[in-house]
Design a protein around this ligand. Structure first.
Ligand code: HEM
Length: 321
């Protein structure tokens, strides 16, 4: 899924190159607890070696984005009526725009925006999907409910299309439940713009506030049996994902909320629906569902510690594959 989303913005050659640079290191280092950040006088020691790793990764990624930008610049040199073919082309046009933009775009900004969109759009959706499938495979009765909905609404003669998503409330509920129990981003870092009081605590202007959406999703005062995976809890409820239901903030809230939530929702629901519609899922014979580990790795994202290994078989007529 990741490559197909990255491809239109960078171009296929760069997508191929990017596959050699691991985004795992980026996600891990962006979320690590770096002692020097909390005890500044120990900073210069770089006790855990994270800063060294960050510097090495920055160089590697910068070289990569430099290549991407150079290629796009070369492509439009000498072309009179250049038609942009993707996000990077468009951003580069803005860099060269003689009209004063309110915020001037530089080449560094283009690199940063490209990195944000590559990182923001790939592992987030893939991680959510892997968690959803891991939970479902432990409870085959939930897979039965989902495929009953898919067979009723879609039938077995075609794949699920984007327009079908609105008619698949159970798929939507599975996605939300996966995001509640396994939010891919655990802490939302926000900055207090003014002195305020939250739940009896004084928060001074300029304080970095980390909203812990992982514990909100597991809070028994907000959710019944929060450790259980029960998509039904979302059925018929007006709990949305757009930052207005404060007990459930998978995409954050406010003006720094995720700008890609619309795309994220479509990608997750389409993939989930088609994975369930097109294939039957089970664990390999020597793995019992009780033994399937659900440990997380903590970083900027929270993926499974061990990848899910499953056995799939086609459910639809063979000519559809
Ligand atoms: C499952 C899918 C996704 C999830 C769960 C997710 C979640 C989040 C969260 C929680 C934030 C922080 C919001 C806050 O601090 O209030 C965020 C920010 C961001 N997301 Fe996503 N995201 C997803 C998909 C995407 C996609 C598809 C894109 C790009 C097309 C994207 C691009 C971004 C960017 C650029 C930011 C930074 C926004 C800013 O700081 O102003 N995300 N995302």
């Amino acid at each position: 899924m990741g490559p197909s989303l990255v491809l239109p913005s960078l171009g296929s050659k760069w997508n191929y190159l990017l596959s050699f640079i691991t985004l795992d290191e980026l996600f891990l280092l962006s979320g690590v607890f770096n002692i020097g950040d909390w005890i500044p006088w120990l900073k210069f020691l770089d006790l855990q070696g994270y800063v060294k790793r960050m510097k090495a990764l920055t160089k590697k990624l910068d070289r990569f984005y430099e290549f991407v930008l150079d290629e796009h610049k070369t492509k439009k040199e000498g072309v009179e009526e250049f038609v942009s073919e993707g996000m990077v082309d468009l951003l580069l046009l803005l860099v060269d725009d003689p009209n004063d933009l309110e915020v001037k775009l530089t080449y560094d900004s283009v690199k940063a925006i490209t990195q944000d969109s590559v990182a923001g759009r790939t592992d987030t959706s893939a991680t959510t999907l892997e968690w959803a499938m891991s939970e479902l495979i432990k409870q085959p009765n939930l897979i039965e409910k989902a495929t009953e909905e898919l067979d009723r609404v879609i039938g077995r003669e075609r794949w699920v299309e984007e327009e079908d998503l609105e008619n698949l409330p159970y798929i939507d509920a599975i996605m939300k439940e996966a995001m509640r129990k396994h939010p891919v981003i655990v802490f939302l870092p926000h900055l207090a713009l003014e002195d305020c009081n939250v739940a009896g605590y004084d928060v001074c202007k300029g304080t970095l506030v980390l909203v812990n959406i992982w514990s909100m999703g597991r809070d028994p005062t907000l959710w019944d049996a929060p450790d259980e995976f029960r998509p039904e809890r979302f059925l018929g409820k007006a709990i949305d994902v757009k930052g207005q239901s404060f007990e459930f903030l998978p995409f954050g809230s406010g003006r720094r909320m995720c700008p890609g939530y619309g795309l994220g929702l479509k990608v997750i629901r389409s993939c989930l629906a088609n994975m369930l519609h097109g294939f039957s899922w089970k664990l390999s014979e020597n793995v019992k569902k009780e033994d399937l580990g659900m440990e997380e790795v903590y970083g900027l994202l929270t993926p499974r510690k061990f990848p899910l290994v499953a056995v799939v078989e086609p459910r639809l007529p063979i000519h559809l594959y």
